[in-house]
Design a protein around this ligand. Structure first.
Ligand code: FMN
Length: 338
C-alpha cells in the first residue's frame, strides 16, 4: 500500500486506462473501481452533457473513486488546399467501398475543451487525468482546490519534468508499447515501459503510473519493482464484458497475433498504436491532428455499422494477443491476484 493508493483508497494498484471513443464505458469504470482498482472514463470525445451523464452513471453503480480524462487542445493547425486534397484523395476509394460520398473537412473537429472542463469541475471526480499536453495553472489550481488528484501523461523524462514543474500530483509514464494515441507533446521516445518508469521515478519526486504493454500479474509486478506506484492498463480491458468495444473490434483483437500492431497517423493525424489494417496501410497523407480525426469520422462511423474492421481504428498495445474476454473484475484479478 503506497501513499497514492492510500490517498485514493485503492486495494488494487491498477488503473483501467481511459479509452475515448467507446471502450471505457461507465459500466467498465464502475466495475474496476468497485473491485478495488481505479476505473477511468475517457471523455475527450464527449460533449459536456454526455460527460456529466457518464459520470452520473458511474456514481449510480459505485461510490468508489474514478477518473475523468480529457485531451488538452492545441491550436487548430493551418493546412494548404493541396494537403486537404491529398488527404481526401487517400480516403475516396475507401469511402466508395462503403458507398459514402467523398469526405469533407468539417468546421468543427473537436469538442470545446473549456466547456468539457467546466463539466469536470462540476462533477468533482476523485481523479482528473489528461494527455496531449500541459494543463494551464488556473485549471490545475481549480481541480486541486476541489480535492481532485491531477495526473498528466509523459512519454519521456523531459515531459515528466515539465508536468512536475506544473504541479501535477502524479505522472503516467507511457512506453512505446502502449495502445492508443501517444500521450505526450514533445519528443516522443517510444521508450521501453519499464526503463521509462525507472527513469521518470528517478527524475521526479512524484508517484509514477506505468503504462504500455502490461498485460498480466508478472508485468504488473515488474512495473511496481521498477518504481511505479500504479499500473495503467488499457488493452487488457478492451475485451471486458463491460467495455464498449464494438463487435468487429473485439473479433480483430481475438484474432491478433504477436506483432499485429503498428504506429499510425492515418486515423487522427496523431501517432497512435493499433492493429494494422487497410487504413493504416493505404492512408499515407493524413492531415495533422485533430483535422484528420474529423475527416475520417464518417468512414469510422459507417465501418462500425457495417462491421468492417478493416476501416476502423483498432487501438491496441503490443500485448493485444495476450488479452482475453471476461468480466472486468476477473481481468483485474489476473493483473493483481489478491
Ligand atoms: C482503445 C484505447 C483508447 C485510449 N484512449 C485514451 C484516452 O482517451 N486518454 C488517455 O489518456 N489515454 C488513452 N489511451 C492510452 C492509455 O491511457 C494507456 O496509455 C495505454 O492503454 C497503455 O497501454 P496498453 O494499452 O498496452 O495497456 C487509450 C488506449 C487504448 C488502447
Amino acid at each position: 500500500m503506497n501513499p497514492l493508493m492510500q490517498r485514493l483508497g485503492l486495494r488494487v494498484p491498477i488503473v483501467q486506462a481511459p479509452m475515448a471513443g467507446g471502450p471505457s464505458t461507465p459500466e467498465l469504470a464502475a466495475a474496476v473501481s468497485q473491485a478495488g482498482g481505479l476505473g477511468s472514463l475517457g471523455a475527450a470525445y464527449l460533449t459536456p452533457a454526455q460527460l456529466r451523464e457518464a459520470a452520473g452513471a458511474v456514481r449510480r453503480l459505485t461510490d468508489r473513486p474514478f477518473a475523468l480524462n480529457l485531451f488538452v487542445p492545441e491550436p487548430r493547425p493551418a493546412v494548404t488546399e493541396e494537403e486537404v486534397a491529398a488527404a481526401v484523395a487517400d480516403l475516396v476509394p475507401l469511402h466508395a467501398e462503403l458507398e459514402l460520398p467523398p469526405p469533407a473537412l468539417p468546421e468543427r473537429v473537436r469538442e470545446d475543451f473549456e466547456a468539457q472542463f467546466e463539466a469536470v469541475l462540476e462533477v468533482k471526480p476523485a481523479v482528473f487525468s489528461f494527455a496531449f499536453g500541459r494543463l494551464g495553472r488556473p485549471e490545475m489550481a481549480a481541480l486541486q482546490a476541489a480535492g481532485t488528484l491531477v495526473i498528466g501523461t509523459a512519454t519521456g523524462v523531459e515531459e515528466a519534468r515539465a508536468l512536475a514543474a506544473d504541479g501535477v500530483d502524479a505522472v503516467v509514464a507511457q512506453g512505446g508499447a502502449a495502445g492508443g494515441h501517444r500521450g505526450g507533446w514533445g519528443q516522443d521516445e517510444l521508450a521501453d515501459t519499464l526503463a521509462l518508469t525507472r527513469a521518470v521515478a528517478e527524475a521526479v519526486a512524484l508517484p509514477v503510473i506505468a503504462a504500455g504493454g502490461l498485460m498480466n500479474a508478472a508485468d504488473v509486478r515488474a512495473a511496481l519493482d521498477a518504481g511505479a506506484s500504479l499500473v495503467q492498463c488499457g488493452t487488457a480491458f478492451l475485451r471486458a464484458t463491460e467495455a464498449g468495444t464494438s463487435a468487429p473490434y473485439r473479433s480483430a483483437l481475438a484474432a491478433a497475433q504477436p506483432g499485429a500492431t503498428t504506429l499510425t497517423r492515418a486515423f487522427s493525424g496523431r501517432l497512435a498504436r493499433g492493429l494494422a489494417n487497410r487504413v493504416t496501410a493505404e492512408v499515407g497523407r493524413p492531415l495533422p491532428y485533430p483535422l484528420q480525426n474529423g475527416l475520417t469520422r464518417p468512414l469510422r462511423t459507417a465501418a462500425a455499422s457495417a462491421g468492417r474492421a478493416e476501416f476502423l481504428s483498432l487501438w491496441a498495445g503490443e500485448g493485444a494477443h495476450r488479452g482475453r474476454e471476461g468480466k472486468a473484475a476477473e481481468i483485474l484479478g489476473d493483473l493483481w491476484p489478491e
